[in-house]
Design a binder for this molecule. Structure first.
Ligand code: HEM
Length: 404
């Protein structure tokens, strides 16, 4: 057992672009629930073991009111400072606890059911094909993030929410600012205000003239204020494209770096649904989340005192050898059931069915249309998003043989 309290969260991908930082896995194996000194100097906890992470996420006494809070907590270090949980941001139910959380989430669950998403499958397939047509018209090498991985989820979520895709420059630039881990409060607030102003106008218009989209459906509920509608739109827009985009690009990178696995997947497209689950587990792009202990709580044999800041690593948990055999091996035939990549408990990802459909269609289309796809730079030169809240690659230069 380690006695020294580690300072800060290890972020450097020193074990490879797809693997957790070594210090993180060592800590998990030594003490899956361990004290951690936060960058502002206060002591909190780090949870890395599969069972402990799962138990913690199922327990709402670990409050979510520290997640995604740019407005009240000075996140300049990318990690919360010692503070009481801040006032909630209207509509941002990812950072709320029951019962407020449920009041908002339940308005949206109908729009994201497996059945509703199945109905959209064909349409999402069309969006993917059109983006692949666009890709095929370009002269390689191209950046796969810019030309494919980001546009696909962006087009899909814009259409679902009824946000004009033509406005994407406004919201993507601001959303990107918002995702940078170490960012001054002023910069974050600037991006937040710009995005908020844009979305607040949009939902106000939808309330006046509802269309056939999810935000209009929400706007029809008179008990939701414009601030709540704006917050919910903000959350859906952000959660809906950064995550999936990074899965598509980092997933492609991982497949290209595992040629024997890729060849199996190409040979047997039936493997795709399972392969997507395994990529979700193996890559865990949405890795770090925060909680706040509202009372003294037992977790993994430790007592977490009331008022503690707690940080979890879903990546470390998804790579826990206590739960998955050979966890650091990408095995597309594995049964990855139980993965924590979409979280667990009341906040479990609302968009997970949508994300799965986008990923299955995205990877399948890309592999089918570009049988000679390969990296256009050495793997070591791919720029990793170690500086961002959602992991992935900043760019993925790829190439293919023309006409193939
Ligand atoms: C929540 C991951 C795609 C919307 C979450 C959480 C995780 C996650 C881990 C739990 C956060 C927590 O417990 O604090 C992912 C990953 C995705 C993905 C890995 C893609 C591969 C999407 C998409 C949407 C979406 C496409 C579209 C709308 C949400 C929302 C929440 C959420 C609204 C908050 C749910 C709540 O607090 O009740 N996601 N997500 N996500 N996700 Fe996703």
């Amino acid at each position: 057992m380690t006695t020294e309290i580690p300072a800060g969260l290890p972020m450097e991908r020193d074990a490879g672009p797809f693997d957790p930082p070594r210090a993180l896995t060592q800590l998990r194996d030594a003490r899956p629930v361990s004290p951690l000194r936060f960058p502002d100097g206060h002591d909190g906890w780090l949870v890395t073991g599969y069972e402990a992470v799962r138990q913690m996420m199922a327990d709402t006494r670990f409050s979510s009111r520290l997640d995604l809070d740019v407005v009240h907590v000075p996140y300049e270090t990318g990690m919360p400072a010692a503070t009481e949980p801040s006032p909630q941001i209207p509509g941002m139910f990812i950072a709320m606890d029951p019962p407020e959380h449920g009041r908002l989430r339940k308005r949206l669950t109908g729009a994201f059911t497996v059945k509703r998403m199945k109905q959209l499958e064909e349409h999402i397939g069309d969006i993917v094909e059109r983006q692949l047509d666009h890709l095929a018209r370009l002269a390689p090498p191209v950046d796969l993030v810019r030309e494919f991985a980001l546009p696909v989820p962006s087009l899909v979520i814009c259409e679902l929410l009824g946000v004009p895709y033509a406005d994407r420059d406004t919201f993507q630039a601001n959303a990107a600012q918002f995702m940078v881990r170490e960012q001054t409060l002023e910069e974050k607030m600037g991006a937040y205000i710009a995005l908020n102003t844009y979305l607040s106008e949009l939902v106000t218009n939808k309330r006046a003239e509802p269309g056939d989209d999810i935000l209009s459906d929400l706007a029809r509920h008179d008990d939701l204020t414009v601030e709540e509608l704006t917050g919910a739109a903000f959350l859906l827009l952000l959660a809906g494209h950064e995550t999936t985009a990074n899965m598509l690009s980092l997933g492609t990178f991982a497949l290209l770096e595992h040629p024997e696995q890729l060849a199996e997947l190409r040979a047997d497209p039936e493997l795709m649904p399972g392969a997507v689950e395994e990529l979700l587990r193996y890559l865990s792009v949405a890795d770090i989340f925060f909680r706040y202990a509202t009372e003294d709580l037992e977790l993994g044999g430790e007592t977490i005192p009331k008022g503690s800041t707690v940080v979890v690593s879903l990546l470390a948990a998804n790579r826990d050898p206590e739960r998955f055999e050979n966890p650091d091996t990408l095995d597309l035939r594995r049964n990855a059931r139980g993965l924590l990549s979409f979280g667990h408990g009341v906040h479990q990802c609302l968009g997970q069915q949508l994300a799965r459909i986008e990923m299955r269609a995205g990877f399948a289309g890309l592999l089918r249309r570009f049988p000679t796809l390969e990296l256009a730079v050495p793997a070591e030169e791919v720029k990793l998003r170690t500086d961002m809240n959602i992991y992935g690659v900043h760019e993925l230069p790829v190439t293919w043989t023309a006409g193939s």
